[in-house]
Design a protein around this ligand. Sequence first.
Ligand code: PMP
Ligand code: GLN
Length: 409
Amino acid sequence: MASEYHSPTHVPVRPVRPASRVAGVGPTVFATITAEAVRTGAANLGQGFPDEDGPAEMLRRAAAEITGGNNQYGPGRGLPELRVAVADDRRRRLGHDVDPQDVLVTVGATEGIAAAVLGLVDRGREVVVLEPTYDAYSAAIGLAEAVARPVRLLLDGGRWHLDRERFTAAVADGPAAVILNSPHNPTGTVLGRADLEFIADTVRGTEVVVISDEVYERLAFDRPHTAFATLPGMASRTVTLSSAAKSFNVTGWKTGWAIAPPPLLDAVTAAKQFLSYVGVTPLQPAVAWALDNADDWSDAWGRTLRDRRDRLADVLRATGQDVLHSDGTYFLVSDIAPLGLGLSAAEFCRALPEAVGVAAIPVSSFVTGEDAGTGTLVRWTFCKDDATLDLAAQRLRSADWTRLQQIVH
Ligand code: PMP
Ligand code: GLN
């Protein structure tokens, strides 16, 4: 017989509240600006994902893995062939001596960041981050109910470098961890050897863990990338994070890795296994192939990106903006102050898609607290194809800034 149950209609509807750790967390600035770019048909120089695919053979191998039936859960730490390929690649290119046992495959570097913070940082402890800082760090720190301790990068003569005094003071206060990111999003800075050695000297002899996000490791153009774990004494306290996303133009594959010796990696794995259980099985052999075989593709892509960076810098300069130096990544930063619009970068970027047909991200989105010096800085990505960059260039060169001001006001 059918159930006679009727839900009561007289019970008042009570609002469902989010947990305090996510209260007030809206869509990321990247998603918001991309949605606005799509709505307005703008050339999207905001969110950092390339228009072009990675190495064709890598794509073919991934497809063959899927149609060939490699579609079930793999081993917890990842397929051995990818863990071996990661270790070989780090040793060969960066002199980073990695045991494949010390590699954990993650669902993108984003999961690696969350698992490292959740696995290694207790509630209420401090985590030092370099500001401007990638949004996923503060988000992971928030989820862990820990406290971000920002240390500004200082801008001097168009280049960014570590504020050594503030960094020393932050470490002296006994944080649980420091999150580094070089090549650095959003500034495009590759931290120099002297700054990295200073960081190593400061944390040596403490209990601080270093979480080193190196997702742009293959995109260092003007300065060599140094793997932080290769500095003396650092391998035993560093969790290195990276990913196929930026190295091989597959941001949608969400296949990354964490590298650390046993006590650290065990803690990261303990958190990771309940975030996603394992990584995506059929993509791992394809990424392993790319790490072993796609250096030529990487070199060519690096040259293309460098050219595009220089072209975009010329266009921005021609509009009257100051352009800061970018050593690598997909990004460069400009200062809109010389345009004399009287607008913050946040206002400028909000109106830019509608007014000019181009999208970009305000650097203030990467800064907690007051903007201090970053209020008129804008991040532009140059990883888009030539057609998109040409369209953006043409629109920027003929921009009507008065219209932009009108939209803001
Ligand atoms: N770290 C930084 C600095 C990034 O810019 C990004 C964006 N790709 C990530 C981590 C996330 O990487 P993934 O897509 O592999 O999760
Ligand atoms: N890393 C990319 C960027 O900085 C975006 C990734 C994301 O949208 N979470 O543009």
